[in-house]
Write a protein that binds this ligand. Structure first.
Ligand code: MNH
Length: 463
C-alpha cells in the first residue's frame, strides 16, 4: 500500500499560479464554502493559499479517524492562534504544554459538575423569567439581541454572581455591558477575518485595524478587571461560583492558586466562549421552532403540559428538547470545525499526513455526510436523536463539543441553559416567524444565524 502525498489532494478548480486557490475563498463564509467544496471534491481535499495548504477533512469516516487521541492531538492554529495575541493563557487558547492549562482545567472542572449545575439552575431560571416578561411586553422578538443578552446574563449571574445589566430589574444597572459586547464582537471578527485573509493582505489590514482593535481589547480587559476587583472587595459573596473557584481554589496537583493575570484571561475566555456559541445554538433552535410551530406544540403536549416553572431534575428529563438541540448542533455546529495535528505519520483516506501536519476537521460537513446520516442529512428532523445513543463506534460523526482533553469544558452548562431556556419559553409562548425567512449563518470564528425576528404569542393557560 502506498499513500499519496498531500499535494495530490483534490482542490477547487480555478487555481491561479502563485496565488493558489484564491478564487475559492469566501472571506465571510469560509467554512460554509468549504462544506460545499466537500460535496464536490470528496471527504478530504486541499485549499492552497500562497504557500499554505489547508487540508480539509469533511467526510464522516475520515473525520472520525482524527478523533483517535493516540494518533492525533489538538493544535492551536487559525483563529485560535490569533486570539492568543489577546488572551495568552485562558483555557481555550493556552497550549496543552503550558502548566497553567492543566492547573486551570483541574481547578475549574468541579465548576462544571452535576452538583454545580444544580447550583446554577436558579440563576439560569431568573434569566428565563426575565426574558418571558420582556416577551410579554414586546412579542416582536429580536432573537439575536435577546439571546446575546440571555447567555451573557447567565454566565454573569451563574458563573460570576454578577448581573450584567442586560435583562430584568438589573437592566438599570447596565454598566458599559453594551459597549463590552460591541468591543468583544469586533475583536472576534478581527481574529476570524484576518485568519482568512491572504498573507499579503493580512498584515496590511492588521496595521489599519490595529489602533481600533487595541482600544477594543483594552476596553474588554478593563471590563473584566472590574468584575474581578468587585469580587475581591466583596466578602459577602460565597466563593462557590466559577469566579470563586478561580480566585480561591488551590490546584490539587501543584498546590498553587491561579495567578491573577491568568484569572483575567479565564474570565474573558468564559465570557466569550460561554456566550457566543450558546447564543448561536439557541437562535438556531428558536428559528426551527418558529419555522414549524407544530414541533413546539408536540413538545409542549408531551413534556411541558402544566406550564409550571421547571426544576433542575425536570430540565434533565426534557428528552424531546434535548433531541432537538442535538439536531441543531448537528446541522449548525456553532464551532464549525477544529484542528487536529498528526502525532506521527498517518494515512488518511489514502494520503500520507506527515507527523506534525495539521488538518482542519470540518464538523459542519461531516455532521451532514449522507453516507452515515442518510439521504435526508441536510434536513432538520427534530426527533432524529430521539432514543439514539451515539458511541465511539457508531459510524455517525457528531463532535459539536470537540474531542479529547481539550473538548468543551462548558458542555453541561450549555446543555442545561439551552434546555431550560427553550423549555421555559416554549411552555409560555407559541413561536412563529412574522414572515418566511431563510436561516442564514454568518461566521466570526463561530457559525451564528444572521439576525431575524420571531413573534411570541402567549399560549392559552387552559390546558
Ligand atoms: Mn465551549 C472548548 C463548543 C459552550 C467554554 N467549546 C470548546 C471546543 C468546542 C466548543 C468545539 C473545542 C475547540 C477546539 O478543540 O478547538 N462550547 C462549544 C459549543 C457551545 C459551547 C458548541 C455551546 C453551544 N463553552 C461553552 C460554554 C462555556 C465554554 C457555555 C463556558 C461556560 N469551551 C469552553 C472552554 C473551552 C471550550 C473554556 C476550552 C477548553 C480547553 O481547551 O480546555
Amino acid at each position: 500500500m502506498h499513500a499519496k502525498t498531500l499535494s495530490e489532494l483534490p482542490h477547487p478548480s480555478g487555481r491561479v499560479p502563485l496565488l493558489g486557490d484564491i478564487r475559492s475563498v469566501d472571506r465571510h463564509r469560509p467554512t460554509q464554502h468549504e462544506a460545499h467544496l466537500a460535496r464536490e471534491l470528496g471527504p478530504i481535499f486541499q485549499r492552497l493559499l500562497l504557500r499554505d495548504r489547508l487540508v480539509v477533512v469533511g467526510g464522516a469516516k475520515l473525520a472520525k479517524e482524527t478523533l483517535d487521541e493516540q494518533s492525533w492531538g489538538r493544535v492551536l492554529v487559525g483563529p485560535l492562534a490569533k486570539l492568543r495575541e489577546i488572551v495568552t493563557s485562558g483555557l481555550f487558547t493556552a497550549r496543552s504544554s503550558d502548566p497553567l492549562w492543566g492547573q486551570a482545567r483541574r481547578i475549574l472542572t468541579p465548576g462544571f459538575s452535576q452538583a454545580a449545575m444544580r447550583a446554577y439552575h436558579h440563576a439560569m431560571q431568573t434569566v428565563a423569567d426575565d426574558l418571558a416578561v420582556k416577551w410579554k411586553e414586546d412579542p416582536d422578538v429580536d432573537v439575536h439581541s435577546d439571546m446575546t443578552a440571555a447567555t451573557l446574563e447567565i454566565i454573569g449571574r451563574a458563573g460570576f454572581s454578577t448581573p450584567m445589566g442586560l435583562l430584568g430589574d438589573h437592566a438599570a444597572a447596565s454598566q458599559g455591558t453594551d459597549a463590552f459586547v460591541a468591543a468583544l464582537s469586533r475583536v472576534l471578527a478581527w481574529a476570524s477575518e484576518s485568519t482568512n485573509d491572504l498573507p499579503v493582505i493580512g498584515p496590511i489590514r492588521e496595521v489599519f485595524a490595529a489602533p481600533g482593535i487595541r482600544r477594543d481589547v483594552n476596553y474588554v480587559r478593563g471590563f473584566v478587571d472590574d468584575i474581578i476587583e468587585r469580587r475581591q472587595k466583596d466578602s459577602s459573596v460565597e466563593n462557590d461560583d466559577l469566579l470563586g473557584l478561580m480566585l480561591t481554589t488551590r490546584d490539587t496537583e501543584t498546590g498553587e492558586l491561579l495567578p491573577v493575570e491568568n484569572v483575567r484571561d479565564q474570565v474573558l475566555t468564559f465570557l466569550a466562549a460561554g456566550h457566543e456559541t450558546t447564543a448561536a445554538l439557541l437562535e438556531v433552535a428558536l428559528y426551527h421552532l418558529a419555522a414549524d410551530p407544530s414541533v413546539g406544540d408536540l413538545i409542549v403536549a408531551e413534556e411541558l403540559s402544566d406550564g409550571a416553572a421547571l426544576d433542575y431534575d425536570e430540565v434533565v428529563r426534557l428528552r424531546r428538547i434535548k433531541a432537538l438541540i442535538n439536531e441543531c448542533l448537528r446541522l449548525c455546529p456553532p464551532a464549525p470545525g477544529f484542528f487536529r495535528i498528526a502525532r506521527s505519520d498517518q494515512e488518511l483516506g489514502g494520503y500520507l499526513v506527515p507527523a506534525g501536519r495539521a488538518v482542519f476537521v470540518l464538523s459542519l460537513a461531516a455532521q451532514r455526510d449522507p453516507a452515515v446520516w442518510g439521504a435526508d442529512a441536510d434536513e432538520f428532523r427534530a426527533d432524529r436523536f430521539l432514543g439514539k445513543r451515539l458511541t465511539a463506534s457508531s459510524p455517525e460523526f457528531f463532535a459539536p463539543w470537540g474531542t479529547g482533553p481539550r473538548s468543551c469544558i462548558g458542555r453541561q452548562f450549555a446543555i442545561h441553559e439551552t434546555t431550560l431556556l427553550t423549555g421555559a419559553l416554549l411552555s409560555k409562548y407559541r413561536l412563529t416567524l412574522d414572515k418566511p425567512v431563510e436561516l442564514r449563518l454568518r461566521e466570526r470564528a463561530t457559525l451564528r444565524p444572521e439576525p431575524f425576528r420571531i413573534v411570541a404569542t402567549p399560549r392559552g393557560r387552559t390546558r
